[in-house]
Design a protein around this ligand. Structure first.
Ligand code: ADP
Ligand code: MG
Length: 399
């Protein structure tokens, strides 16, 4: 299927390979709290170093907006990468310039180094050609493993692929092959679950998704925004009120495309966002003005379970509630476990993506039974929409 080169096509012995990874992992107390993205890029690094390449890792972390932000350094991630690889990883305190040149210049064949956060330079998100040329001067080949950032045309994901012979890393290759196999021609009915907190960034996706799937099940802060748009009082819930018109437009266009929009019929509300805070389930027309909807309620859980049982394919991005704090993880856990059961029973193909979504499915004990778990959230949704991902297109053009 692939129209791009893979690392098997590059003769990397003794060469410098710039590897773009997405190491934007969740951090707690200065350490990665989930190392999935680190672990899943290890194979590419091992394959390259085993063949005598010098591997120079590029990544972003957070949104420093072109400034050096101390808390967004990749240094602790280089430490975590070293332990994942079981070997030293040299670290350059800048992405370009003297420190990067010195670190790369000191590498022996088979060594691994990491350069500081590419987004400390504004030129990165500008997809600046000159910045890409400067990055390219540090390598002989470009390998892209950052499927989860492939929906962004940035200097280290797009322009750089035009400067050097380029190929997909093992993770990029695996993501595209797995998504193609599971969702290339999905068996109907197809349900999409879209939840979580990034309401405005996911709104556009919903419009396009409604042309591709039979049903969109909406949860989380996204659902609150739709309920508000339909005239329900959502109290103090996470809700993007200025997205109300957009939400109504999505409901209308979904109806025109024969796609059903499924919203909660009840929610679990609480006055505070805290573990085991006092809470109650209420119907959506009875959300108290001083409370927040933090999860879907029992009637909605039953409805979601029923609907999943009637579907053949599920794509999922975004939790149903504030799953990090009990008991507001109930809806997400129930839906995740239902999807896992159906997948195991062979009636459902289930694919999920998104940083928090994956963490939620792991927490629910459901991740291992899903058909495929992507490391990507936004890129995963855009791939499902059928959009061209600039990072992937650049690899294809380079081939
Ligand atoms: P992903 O990383 O999988 O793309 P998002 O980042 O969009 O997902 O959303 C995840 C976040 O949404 C979680 O931190 C979760 O606590 C939050 N969330 C979900 N539902 C609610 C809700 N009803 N109220 C507040 N936060 C919510
Ligand atoms: Mg998230």
């Amino acid at each position: 299927m692939s129209k791009f080169k893979t690392i098997d096509d590059l003769n990397v012995a003794g060469k410098r390979v710039l590897l773009r990874a997405d190491l934007n992992v969740p951090m707690q107390d200065g350490k990665p709290s989930d190392t999935t993205r680190i672990d899943r890029t290890v194979q590419t690094i091992k394959d390259l170093t085993a063949r005598g390449a010098k591997v120079i890792i590029l990544s972003h972390f957070g949104r420093p907006k072109g400034q050096v932000v101390a808390e967004m350094t990749l240094k602790p991630i280089a430490v975590a990468m070293a332990s994942a690889l079981g070997r030293d990883v040299a670290f350059a305190t800048d992405t370009i310039g003297d420190s990067a040149k010195a670190v790369v210049g000191a590498m022996n064949d088979g060594d691994v180094a990491m350069l500081e956060n590419v987004r400390f330079h504004a030129e990165e998100t500008d997809n600046d050609d000159g910045f890409a040329t400067t990055l390219a001067s540090l390598g002989d080949f470009f390998v892209n493993d950052a499927f989860s950032t492939a929906h962004r045309a940035h200097a280290s994901t797009e322009a750089l692929a035009r400067k050097l012979p380029a190929a997909a890393g093992r993770l990029m290759q695996a993501e595209l092959e797995a998504l193609g196999a599971a969702l290339g021609t999905p068996v109907k009915p197809v349900a999409a679950v879209v939840g979580g907190a990034k309401v405005s960034t996911k709104m556009e996706v919903l419009g396009n998704l409604s042309k591709k799937v039979d049903m969109i099940i909406i949860g989380g802060g996204m659902a609150n925004t739709f309920l508000f748009a339909q005239g329900h009082d959502v109290g103090k819930s996470l809700c993007e009120k200025d997205m109300a018109d957009e939400a109504l437009a999505i409901i209308a266009s979904a109806a025109a495309n024969g796609c059903e929009i499924v919203l909660p019929v009840d929610v679990v509300v609480s006055a505070e966002f805290a573990a085991n805070a006092a809470n109650q389930a209420v119907d959506i027309d009875a959300i108290p003005a001083d409370k927040m909807a933090l999860d879907i309620g029992p009637k909605t859980i039953a409805d979601v379970e029923n609907r999943l049982a009637g579907c053949k394919t599920l794509v999922w991005n975004g939790p149903f509630g504030a799953f990090e704090i009990a008991p507001f993880d109930k809806g997400t856990n129930a839906a995740a476990q239902a999807a896992a059961r159906l997948t195991k029973a062979g009636t459902l193909t289930s694919v999920a993506g998104g940083g928090d979504t994956v963490a939620a499915l792991v927490q629910a004990g459901a991740a291992d039974d899903f058909s495929y778990i992507s490391t990507a959230g936004g890129a995963f949704l855009e791939w499902i929409e059928g959009k061209t991902l600039p990072g992937v297109a650049a690899l294809e053009n380079n081939a």
